[in-house]
Design a protein around this ligand. Structure first.
Ligand code: AHG
Ligand code: MN
Ligand code: MN
Ligand code: MN
Length: 335
C-alpha cells in the first residue's frame, strides 16, 4: 500500500521552533518570530539565486563593501532582503551585515531584544558559475536595559544565543543551533515551501582525511601552517595521504566538513595578517555550529574561536575548524 509509505508526521522548521519554544516556559515567542523572519529571507534569497541567470541578476553591482570586496548584484539584493526581513520582524534591534559599513539600528523596533549579524551571500564569487553559496547568521541578545548599542553585538561567539547558515546547493539546507544545544539540519521542500527536519542532532565525525584550504595562498603561509598541510600529503597510518576539497564558498566547504569530517582552514598569512574571514558573521557562527556538533574551531593563534572578541564589526581572524581530532593536529603543529 503506497499511501502507508508517505511520512505524514513531518517536522517543519515552524513546528520545530514551536516545540522548542514550549520547552522554555519563560520564552516570550520573540525568538521564534525572529527565526520565522530569518527563514523567509532564506527562501527569498534561494529563489533569486535560482533565477539569477534568467532575469539578469548575474555580475557585479559596480560597488565595493567595507572589507574591500566587489559587490555582486545578488550581494546587494540579498542584503536588502535580509535587512527588510529583520526590520519587519519587529524583533531585531540592530543588524550587522557584511554589505553595510555601519550597524543598522532599527529604532522602530523599540521592544526588540535581539541583535543579528549576517553574511547575506557567502561565496559570492561563485554565484555566476552556479556553484553553491550560502547565508550565515549569528543572534545575540541585548544586555538587560539596553535599547541597542554596538556593545550588544561586539561580543564573543560564546555569548551567541543562536547561529547557523543556509546553503543554496542542489537543495537549500538550513543548519541551526542554539546556545548549549544540538545542531539540526533542514532541507527546503520547494513544493510546499517549508524547511523540513532532515538532519536531526548533527554530529561531525571525529576524524577524516580531507583538507579544505586555498592552497594558492601557501606562498604567504608561515612555516607552521606550511608544515601542517605538507604533513597531510604524506602517507598516514592507513598508508594514504589526505584528499583536498575546496569550493571557495565557506558555507559549502563547512557544510561538507560538518557531514563528512575533516578540516577547513583560512589561515592568517603574510598577505592577510589578520586572516580573510570576518569574526562576527563568518567565523563565530560557524564555530558555534562546529562546537555544538562535537568539533572544534580555533583562530591562527590557536585560541578558541568562540572566545575571540572583535573590536570593530568587520574585524577578521584566521580560522581552522573541523573534526575534533583534525583540529588537535593543527594545534600540535603550532606548539
Ligand atoms: P564572501 O563571498 O561573503 O565575501 O566570502 C568569501 C569568503 C568565503 O566564502 C570563502 O571561504 C573565501 O572567501 C574564499 O576566498 P578565496 O577566494 O581567497 O579562497
Ligand atoms: Mn564579500
Ligand atoms: Mn562570506
Ligand atoms: Mn558575503
Amino acid at each position: 500500500n503506497e499511501t502507508e509509505k508517505v511520512n505524514t508526521n513531518i517536522i517543519t522548521l515552524t513546528r520545530f521552533l514551536t516545540e522548542e519554544q514550549t520547552k522554555h516556559k519563560e520564552a516570550s515567542g520573540d525568538f521564534t518570530l525572529l527565526c520565522h523572519a530569518l527563514q523567509f529571507s532564506f527562501k527569498s534569497i534561494a529563489y533569486y539565486i535560482r533565477r539569477a541567470t534568467l532575469v539578469n541578476l548575474t555580475g557585479l553591482a559596480g560597488s565595493s563593501n567595507t572589507t574591500g570586496d566587489e559587490q555582486k548584484k545578488l550581494d546587494v539584493i540579498s542584503n536588502d532582503l535580509f535587512i527588510e526581513a529583520m526590520r519587519s520582524s519587529g524583533k531585531c534591534a540592530l543588524l550587522v551585515s557584511e554589505e553595510e559599513e555601519n550597524i543598522i539600528f532599527f529604532k522602530e523596533n523599540a521592544q526588540a531584544r535581539y541583535a543579528v549579524a549576517c553574511d547575506p551571500i557567502d561565496g559570492s564569487s561563485n554565484l555566476d558559475a552556479g556553484v553553491s553559496v550560502g547565508t550565515i547568521f549569528g543572534i545575540h541578545k541585548l544586555a538587560d536595559g539596553s535599547t541597542g548599542k554596538a556593545e550588544d553585538i561586539l561580543k564573543p561567539g560564546s555569548e551567541l544565543v543562536a547561529a547557523g547558515f543556509t546553503m543554496y546547493g542542489a537543495s537549500a539546507q538550513l543548519v541551526i543551533t542554539q546556545k548549549g544545544g544540538t545542531v539540526n539540519g533542514f532541507t527546503l521542500d520547494n513544493g510546499i515551501g517549508e524547511f523540513i527536519l532532515t538532519h536531526p542532532n548533527m554530529r561531525i565525525p571525529r576524524t577524516r582525511q580531507i583538507y579544505s584550504v586555498n592552497e594558492g595562498n601557501s606562498l604567504y603561509w608561515d612555516d607552521r601552517v606550511k608544515g601542517y598541510f605538507e604533513s597531510l600529503k604524506q602517507p598516514q597510518e592507513n598508508g594514504k595521504p589526505y584528499s583536498a576539497r575546496y569550493i571557495g564558498s565557506m558555507v559549502a566547504d563547512a557544510y561538507r566538513t560538518l557531514l563528512y569530517g575533516g578540516i577547513f582552514a583560512y589561515p592568517a598569512d603574510k598577505k592577510s595578517p589578520k586572516g580573510k574571514l570576518r569574526i562576527l558573521y563568518e567565523c563565530a557562527p560557524m564555530a558555534m555550529v562546529f562546537e555544538n556538533a562535537g568539533g572544534q574551531a580555533v583562530d591562527s593563534n590557536m585560541k578558541r574561536m568562540l572566545d575571540v572578541v572583535p573590536e570593530h564589526i568587520h574585524d577578521k581572524a584566521g580560522i581552522f575548524m573541523g573534526s575534533y581530532d583534525e583540529v588537535e593536529k593543527v594545534k600540535a603543529f603550532h606548539k
